[in-house]
Structure formats: C-alpha cells, structure tokens
Design a protein around this ligand. Sequence first.
Ligand SMILES: [Zn+2]
Length: 393
Amino acid sequence: MKKATRQFTKNHNITLVLKTIFQQTAVSRAEVARITRLTRTTVSDIVGALIEEGLVHEVGVGESLGGKRPMLVAIEKDARVILCMDLSRRGFRGALVNLRGEILERTNGGREHYRGEAALQQVFAQLDNLVEKTSQPILGIGIGTPGLIDTREGVVRRAVNLDWNDLPLKKILSERYHLPVHVANDSHVAALAEYSYGELRDVPNLVVVKAGEGIGSGIVLGGKIFYGDGFAAGEIGHLVVGDNGLLCTCGNYGCLETEAGTRAILQRAANLVEQHPGVLPQANPNAKLNLEDVHQAFLAGVPQVTELVSAAARALGVAIANLIGVLDMQQVILSGEITELGEPFLDLVRQQARRRVLSDMVENTTLRLSSLGADHVLLGASALVLSQELELP
Ligand SMILES: [Zn+2]
C-alpha cells in the first residue's frame, strides 16, 4: 500500500489531476477537465481511481453552470500521513503530518544534545513512537537535518554537531521502516515549507535565511529546492561579514554565525551582564540568560543591548544583501530562533540590507518574518516527502 502510492501516481495524467484537485478547496470533474485540458472521460476515470485509493473524496454539490449541479471532489487530507523529524541543534523533534501540512501528533527529545550513534538511536525512538501513534497509511519519512546532505543518495556527508560523517541515513531508515525516505538540509527544507505552507505559498522563487545557533539559507527556484552542485547552496553561515570578528569553529574570524548566531548573541549578552550587573534584567534570574531576556532589554532600549543587537542585524543585513544581489529574488524570509527578536529587529536587518543593494533591486524586495514558527523544518520535511512522492503541491 505504502510504496504503491508512488507507483500509482507515476502516471503523468494522474499526477496532473491530483495536483489540480490539491490546489483547490473543492472542484468539479468538469472544472478539472477544463484546467488540465484532459477529456472529461479521462478525468472521470482518474478521479474514480483516486477515490478508490482514498486520496480524493466527494464533498457535495456545487453551483450549477446551466445544467445539473456538479458533484465536487476534494483531497482527503488524512488519507496519508508523513513521519517528519527536525534534527536541529535545539533538540530533536518529530511530527506526524497530514497531506495539508497539519500536525497531528508530536514527539520531542528534549533539549538533550545527541551525537553519533546516540543521535541515530534517538531518531529511531521518535520515529517508532510516531509509527505507533497512527493507523493511517504512511506516505514516507522526511528528515531535515543540519549539515551537508547528499539529498539524492540520502547520505549525511558531514554534520559536525551530530558527529555524523558519510552516514547513509536514507538506507538505514528505509531498511528499518520499509518506507520511502527523504533527507535534506534543514535550511533547504525550511525554504520548501514556506513555498508549500507559508504566507508565500505558491510563490515560485524565494529565499529563506534560517538563523538560530547556526545560520543557513534555503533557495526555492521554480517551486523546487535549489540544492547547488554539491548540495551546499545557501550555506552562508561561514561567510565572513565582520572585519574584526571573533574566532569561529571553522578557523576563520568574523563568520556570519559568530556575528549573528543566537549563541553568539547570548554570549555577548552574558559578557555584558558580567561587566555591568543589572543592565539586562532576566525574567528568571536563576536560569541561563535567554533570547527573550535580550528581546525585552532591546525593546526597553537598553543602549548596550541595542548596540549588540544592531551588530547582529548588520551582519545578517550584509548576508541578505549578498543573497539579493546574486539571486535577484524579491521574496526573502527570515526564520528560526532569531525571529524571537521580532519586527524591530527585522527593521534593523532591512535597513542594513537596503544600504548594500542597488536601489532598483531593493524597491521590489520584501523581507519578512516566517509565519511558520518553530515548526518550519518539520513542515519542510513533510513538504519534501509530498513533493517527491506525489509531486504536490
Ligand atoms: Zn566559520
């Protein structure tokens, strides 16, 4: 049943009809025929087969266009579920997602930092748990992970934080679960999530800058992830943006991550507190300083914090200006933990980016915060499976 889904939709006409139905809330067979330019008989046959597969169902009659009121069909959003995982540095999270990107169940590995074999075992534990939570047919497994990922082979070439090198994750998971598996870089899938489920749904070209402890970007070109020749497209975290920057784990000074990553911001804030006790009030003085504390002090206009946050905004602005200059994309989205600093921070980033790009280009460019919140990688992983298995959306 599970593998059969892909087998079944390999036929181009079936994919076309499914896609057309997917793009509408509800649609008549005649309307599908008009949009796809297939004959009504062909459409009727295919819709019949899709109903049999459970992917489509009849939802009632629509407006009459002269004759009999037509029966409308729609996607059966729970006909298949997708097992998704986000292996970000903030902690592993899993979700069971339906065909419309709705999260039905969740799993969470806490904030623990898993590495090597323990990280793989944690992936198994959460996927096992998700499998147990559903009785629906599973379309596939989608994984969004930091690192350099060979998406074609499903191999994690290098993920420093997970201590994975040349790990054949797709092979390991396919053998364990007997399901189609798709693995990609977390920033890459975050971009696909925006195209599939975000405010910019169906905008074919966009770029997402994902900034947390690490910083990366993802590019969607013509509705598909642009991976680059070596699967490292948009890998901007180690772009040098600061002249007198700090030493980075990669050996360079002033990388984007050491200037604007959340770990770097928090480290600078902690140094500030050490030098000037009381300058940055914490919501919970017994806990570690967090980004929300920095956010509050920034909103309150504490000068040293404004300076610190502005420096991060400048670094991000430089990187975003470079992306706009190279790609000429008009839709840029900032996602990840850094969005906790809110619109005032985005304004600073926008100002910094504007200064560095031709004014004609900037006029047509929109920089916005992601509307998908912390689920962007999970939703991107689900969108990856949806696009690979059913060619949707
Ligand atoms: Zn670096």
